[in-house]
Design a protein around this ligand. Structure first.
Ligand code: B12
Ligand code: SF4
Length: 468
């Protein structure tokens, strides 16, 4: 049996228009690629984002590699239609190839995925390693599928969703992710050119923020810091990594672990490459930040979310605005750049609280900001609230593609129409970045052509609304 892992490209909407592509190789399929190879399954990677003519390249690789199974990675909801589009094309090329999808969106909605998209044969939901292997073995041996935990499948018109699979508690048991076959020269790393490799130290997040879907569960399963350092060493040696991106939800959950990891990185001389981390506001301290700087951490991305305490409490973030100010100050003092995610359109927001968020950004003055409008993802609390009108939320569209990246179009508030939300988003970006101290930072984030296209899109959008 042979499997071809596929990363879809943007086929629709604004993501396609703006060329908003993910920045690197998806870690999930790099893990699966390694696991399959270790289990004696032929495995190949096809990243459709790397090709000018992805469909003819897909045909070529299928003809040459002859996979029995195509495994499509769906990173987020806005990629679901892109993945399904490729599933249709695969069936046109060879209808005998079985199509399996996995990743956050199908994990949240396995049944819906099979109902909507007829070219998809299987959904692997949750952690993929053991489920995919059992699926392949069952197909090989013509065995029954009902025993494969974590699998959803169709039999004629009927769809079955098996019970979920228990999560592996010792994730060091999984072989290191394998990045052979990923087109590194085509990716856009965070901030700098070069080769960026993602690494993860733990799976799962203990928190329950109302807008967040957690495909890896709420029980945190941590790797040993030595094995993480071994992997980084391998990434630098074999893949010539110039930058390591920690793909953890909350990298610094355990202070002692964090200090041991970054001290190990410095001790082994792995601080010749840069590191990017993301974590929670309330999970950093000065000692940890010093160790991170020593290890050459360039930036920390914080989910700061909002500048109003009542709204912050309502989304169950569990920290205070004072803690946000403190984390930003400490990080800057440690000589590490501060990148922050803020969201507009949270439950119970109004124009006043949105203005407070923008003022809070200006006051705390991080180095970079991402200012998104809330996109409610399936299986999150805010998705149910938006459907039922709780918190003043109003679902504008149920289209998956409309949840896309920075510019989506899924939500507005009773008290703040979509056009006003987008106006505040544009205003926030302009107020923050169009200053001598920050304008340069924009170029760390996006290249000039994307920036120009994005700027034109935002300004044209505002004009269109004024003219209407
Ligand atoms: C790292 C990360 C990123 C990185 C990716 C960098 C990289 N090189 O990979 C960056 C910062 C670029 C990113 C961007 C975005 N992300 Co993101 N990201 C994550 C994060 C934190 C970890 C993903 C990861 O690597 N996990 C580790 C691996 C081992 O797990 P995995 O990917 O889930 O894969 C396993 C299984 O899912 C399964 N599996 C996965 N694929 C497949 C395929 C097959 C065939 C099979 C059988 C199984 C399978 O098996 C794997 C191994 O067990 C997740 C949160 C999370 N905890 O999952 C959010 C998350 C996936 N991202 C999310 C979102 C929304 C986005 C953005 C849209 C954000 C934005 N507004 O810009 C963009 C979209 C990017 C794009 N595609 O255009 C949401 C998705 C929610 C949703 N329903 O849409 C998540 C869940 C965060 C959240 N909780 O809200 N992201
Ligand atoms: S937003 Fe961050 S801290 Fe909150 S549940 Fe999601 S991953 Fe965890």
């Amino acid at each position: 049996m042979k499997i071809l892992f596929i990363v879809p490209y943007h086929t629709f909407g604004i993501d396609k228009e703006l060329g908003m592509n993910q920045k690197g190789p998806p870690l999930g399929i790099a893990y699966l690629h390694a696991f399959m190879k270790n289990s004696g399954i032929g495995s190949r990677i096809f990243d459709a984002r790397a090709y000018r003519k992805p469909l003819s390249a897909l045909r070529d690789v299928i003809n040459e590699f002859s996979p029995d199974i195509a495994g499509i990675n769906i990173h987020c909801t806005s990629e679901m239609d892109d993945g399904a589009y490729l599933a249709d094309r695969i069936k046109e090329i060879n209808k005998n190839i079985k199509v399996v999808v996995g990743g956050s969106h199908p994990s949240a909605l396995p049944e819906d995925t099979l109902r909507r998209y007829k070219s998809i044969d299987f959904v692997v939901f949750g952690e993929g390693e053991y489920t995919l292997l059992e699926l392949i073995n069952s197909l090989k041996n013509n065995a029954e599928l009902e025993k494969v935990k974590g699998l959803a499948y169709r039999t004629g018109d009927e769809i079955s969703v098996n019970p979920p699979r228990e999560l592996e508690t010792e994730i060091d048991k999984f072989p290191m992710p394998d990045f052979t076959g990923f087109p590194f020269e085509k990716y856009k790393p965070h901030y700098f050119r070069g080769i960026e490799i993602p690494v993860i130290t733990a799976r799962g997040c203990p928190n329950r923020c109302v807008f967040c879907y957690q495909p890896m569960g709420h029980n945190v399963r941590t790797r040993s810091f030595q094995s993480v350092a071994d992997e980084i060493e391998r990434d630098i040696r074999e893949y010539k990594a110039t930058q390591i991106f920690f793909a953890d939800d909350t990298l610094t959950i355990e202070p002692e672990y964090t200090i041991s990891l970054f001290s190990e990185i410095a001790k082994r001389g792995l601080n010749k490459v840069r590191y990017i981390a993301s974590t929670r506001i309330d999970r950093v301290n000065k000692e940890m930040l010093r160790a991170m700087k020593e290890a050459n951490v360039f930036s920390i991305v914080y989910g700061a979310e909002c500048g109003n305490q009542r709204i912050l409490d309502g989304i169950r973030k569990g920290f205070t605005l004072e803690q946000t100010e403190q984390a930003i100050r400490w990080t800057k003092e440690a000589g590490i750049k501060v990148d922050t995610n803020f969201i507009l359109g949270l439950p119970y927001e109004n124009e006043e609280t949105i203005k407070q968020t923008i003022d809070f950004i200006m006051k705390t003055d991080p180095d970079f900001i991402n200012l998104a409008i809330l996109a409610p993802f399936p299986s999150t609390e805010v998705y149910e609230w938006a459907k039922r009108g709780i918190g003043g939320l109003r679902l504008k569209s149920e289209s998956y593609e409309a949840t896309g990246r920075i510019v989506g179009n899924t939500l507005e508030l009773d008290s703040v129409p979509r056009a006003r939300l987008e106006y505040f988003q544009t205003l926030g970006y302009i107020r923050f970045y169009l200053r001598p101290s920050r304008i340069r930072n924009l170029f760390y984030k996006v290249d000039l052509s994307t920036l120009v296209r994005f700027g034109i899109h935002l300004v044209a959008n505002q004009f269109r609304k004024i003219l209407r």
